[in-house]
Design a protein around this ligand. Structure first.
Ligand SMILES: *[C@@H]1O[C@H](CO)[C@@H](O)[C@H](O)[C@H]1NC(C)=O
Ligand SMILES: *[C@@H]1O[C@H](CO)[C@@H](O)[C@H](O)[C@H]1NC(C)=O
Length: 494
């Protein structure tokens, strides 16, 4: 789930450009992001090949691309498919109660998996003689990739994507940021890999990354925390949200009737990786009981289990369903609020559709995503450790449903996203075409990335300043001492 440096490569041709979108098939939202890129390029009239080495078997038959017809499947190398199986069989239910910051979730395997993917990609580039590429990330950012291309990633400002911090960092958090990056390098090793075909030369992906023409990130500058970036960094977050399509969705009468039951309706869903059924029973009881306090609110709860009687017997205002038309509900005027984990996909949807939300992050980048959206004052963060605390839950429900400022702020953010000066899709297509036309862009490569730590942080300058200052102070004290002595001697002799 991290460092999925996946690369979009370009070949120049006379009329339209040939693009190869390299998208290892493993995660739903990840694949959706790359399929959207492929479709946008196809829509702009280019010849796009969507190449997806299968890492996770179950996605093989999902057709992610709509317009792009040239889709090439391939079995990924055996080792990668093993990682895929591990990822699939991983037990996510424990994250309802356990700490799940990145450093705790089998990061090493994922990290090695991504390095192998990079190796696979590099071999492919060599084989097809592709020179121009655009690493793209279905996450908001990646500190390692940023560092590699020379983006300023001051640990006091930029946290790792899977860290649980927002933008106001305490001393300890800044210290954590400062040490986390070198820690990973030391513990997991520098990402070196051999090409997959003869002569099996070593690939050090970080020496290749700076040659990227651009970088596409799934971060939206009007939603994300502001941070310094380079011209090379193109933020296309929101590209997966097709607002017209979302708004035109119709709800069938069954759902429409549910929305008409009470004055307000809240949707409760934790996505497709985490299941409400895996939540501790105690928490389910507390949440269900808290819901009974709101007689005029219907709760639509996506719940995958059959043990509803164990915690919600006789409760009238909760509708348990195994599947929800999430975006159609979010797009509906009658839905009042959304209670969700903070997966980037859901965060983007709820932001564009302008609904107030309660965010309960469970895992990986969700902690940061939650803080990112809360900053816009249209949502409330609820810790997973507070899911057994009825007071906090009731407070959050009360505020999100009845304090209209949340709805207003959520709406304001949605309007800003809808009216963004340059739409993510256009931004992506224009930059991809520019890269296809001009190839690698060494003029965008900052010299600063080659500077040493001492030079970059002006430690040499600071040292010299301190030394000069020390000399001046030393000389001055000596002069004063000398004058004092002369003066005192003079007084005494008089
Ligand atoms: C489109 O791309 C494919 C695969 O690279 C290639 O075989 C085909 O000739 C291209 N078509 C055009 C019109 O360039
Ligand atoms: C959110 O509210 C705080 C406190 O009232 C305010 O300082 C901040 O500017 C608001 N943020 C946005 C994005 O409106």
């Amino acid at each position: 789930m991290r460092t999925f440096l996946v690369i979009l490569s370009l070949i120049y041709s006379t009329y339209s450009y040939n693009f190869l979108v390299f998208c290892p098939l493993f995660g739903h939202s990840h694949t959706k992001f790359f399929a959207t890129i492929a479709d946008a390029l196809t829509d702009a009239g280019h010849n796009v090949t969507f190449f997806t080495p299968t890492i996770v078997e179950k996605y093989r038959n999902v057709s992610y691309t709509k317009l792009t017809k040239d889709v090439v499947h391939m079995d990924a190398p055996k080792k990668l498919m093993e990682y895929g199986e591990q990822m699939e069989s991983a037990d996510f239910s424990r994250f309802w109660t356990e700490d799940s910051s990145f450093y705790n979730v089998g990061a090493a395997d994922l990290y090695r998996c991504s390095i192998r993917l990079n190796g696979l990609f590099k071999s492919l580039m060599d084989y097809l003689n592709i020179k121009t590429f655009i690493p793209s990330l279905s996450l908001t950012h990646d500190v390692y990739l940023s560092k590699a291309i020379g983006e300023p990633v001051m640990p006091s400002v930029v946290s790792d994507v899977c860290s649980p911090f927002g933008d106001k960092l305490s001393l300890l958090e800044r210290a954590f940021n400062a040490f986390a990056v070198p820690y990973i390098d030391i513990v997991l090793g520098y990402p070196v890999h051999n090409t997959l075909s003869a002569p099996y030369t070593e690939i050090d992906i970080r020496t290749i990354e700076p040659e990227a023409s651009f970088l596409f990130l799934n971060s939206n500058p009007f939603l994300d925390f502001p941070r310094p970036t380079l011209t090379k960094t193109v933020e296309i977050g929101g590209i997966t949200v097709d607002l017209n399509q979302l708004k035109s969705q119709q709800l069938d009468s069954k759902w429409s009737d549910i929305l008409n039951l009470r004055e307000k309706t809240m949707l409760v869903s934790f996505g497709s990786v985490f299941f409400s059924k895996d939540m501790p029973l105690e928490n389910k009881k507390v949440i269900a009981n808290s819901m009974t306090e709101f007689k005029n609110v219907t709760f639509i709860w996506k719940y995958e289990g059959n043990d509803i009687e164990d915690f919600a017997r006789g409760i009238q205002n909760i509708h348990f369903v195994k599947w929800v038309p999430q975006t159609a509900l979010l797009a509906n005027r009658r839905l009042s609020a959304f209670f969700t984990h903070a997966g980037l996909g859901s965060i983007n949807e709820v932001s564009y559709l302008g609904k107030p939300s309660i965010l309960c992050p469970l895992f990986a980048d969700q902690m940061r995503n939650a803080k990112m959206l809360v900053r816009h004052n249209g949502s409330i963060e609820l810790s997973k450790y507070d899911l057994g605390n009825s007071k906090k839950i009731i407070e959050a429900f009360q505020a999100i449903l009845f304090d209209s400022s949340y709805a207003e702020n959520a709406q304001k953010l949605a309007e800003q996203l809808e009216n963004q000066p340059i739409k993510p899709e256009k931004m992506m297509v224009k930059h991809a075409e520019f890269a296809a036309r001009f190839g690698r862009l060494p003029s965008l490569d900052p010299y600063s990335r080659k500077m040493s730590f001492v030079e970059y942080f002006l430690l040499d300058v600071a040292t010299i300043c301190v030394l000069v200052l020390a000399c001046v102070v030393f000389v001055l004290t000596r002069v004063v001492q000398f004058l004092c002595r002369r003066f005192l001697v003079k007084i005494k002799t008089e």
